[in-house]
Design a protein around this ligand. Structure first.
Ligand SMILES: *Cc1c(COP(=O)(O)O)cnc(C)c1O
Length: 233
């Protein structure tokens, strides 16, 4: 079923990203657009891949694994962007490029151990719950430095940056304070904890506010409904 075409959406989003990047307060070498394919039909995703989408983000391990299988012969870079249970970590470590949702010590340990068994380092983002919402996962702002210190030495982890999912807003500008806060936290962690190997990335911004996120320094944006259309389930 051809709704509003994914190809068209993709090209529009790419232009918006380029524009936002050029006008950003920060010099961003590259902004990675992750197409969030959770709960989307395979034909819609297929159209995205044909149009040039190559990073896909999934929230649920079962669905991720199934789609990895479906699209096994295509060039897809996978991202885990949903809450991850420790007992399912073995299904994603070493198979996704980045896990965006590291939010507790036990999970950090599990991911690190699994990565070491595979002789790799797993790229991870620390998820920060900037607005302290009960409904959201992530380390609180108060605890993030302590958490970072504890997991910094885990040899199977390559901690690449911070991720956040701010509250739903009706006006994109309302997300700005959360995005700038995440950037400030990253810079503080780099000044105090990650002295030798800096956290480079910020995974922030979705369909509702990715341009504002880029203005505030996002390096990875996660765009679902604006690219693939409304989710089916
Ligand atoms: C679903 C989801 C997205 C995409 O949201 P859209 O509003 O469809 O762009 C991004 N990030 C996370 C963590 C998500 O769960």
């Amino acid at each position: 079923m051809a709704g509003p075409s994914v190809a068209k959406n993709w090209s529009k989003i790419k232009n918006q990203v380029l524009h936002a990047q050029k006008n950003s307060k920060f010099t961003l070498k590259e902004v990675c657009i992750i197409g969030v394919s959770k709960l989307q039909n395979e034909d819609v995703i297929e159209e995205g891949l044909r149009s040039g989408v190559c990073h896909l983000g999934e929230n649920y391990v079962q669905e991720l694994v199934k789609k990895m299988d479906t699209f096994a012969n295509q060039k897809v870079v996978w991202h885990m962007i949903g809450p991850l249970q420790s007992n399912k970590a073995k299904l994603v470590v070493g198979r996704v490029e980045m896990i965006h949702t590291l939010d507790r010590e036990s999970l950090a340990q599990t991911i690190s151990n699994l990565a070491l068994q595979k002789n790799i380092k797993q790229e991870v983002f620390i998820q920060v719950n900037i607005a302290n919402e009960d409904s959201k996962s992530g380390i609180s702002v108060k605890e993030v430095a302590g958490f970072a210190k504890k997991i910094k030495g885990l040899e199977g982890l390559d901690i690449v940056g911070l991720m956040t999912m701010p509250p739903f807003v009706s006006n994109a500008e309302n997300s700005r304070p959360y995005f700038s806060k995440l950037r400030e936290i990253r810079d503080e962690l780099n000044a105090n904890i990650f002295l030798d190997k800096k956290l480079e990335y910020l995974s922030m911004g979705t369909s509702q506010d990715f341009e504002v996120a880029i203005d505030e320094g996002a390096t990875h944006i996660r765009v679902g409904s604006t690219l693939f259309g409304e989710r089916t389930k």
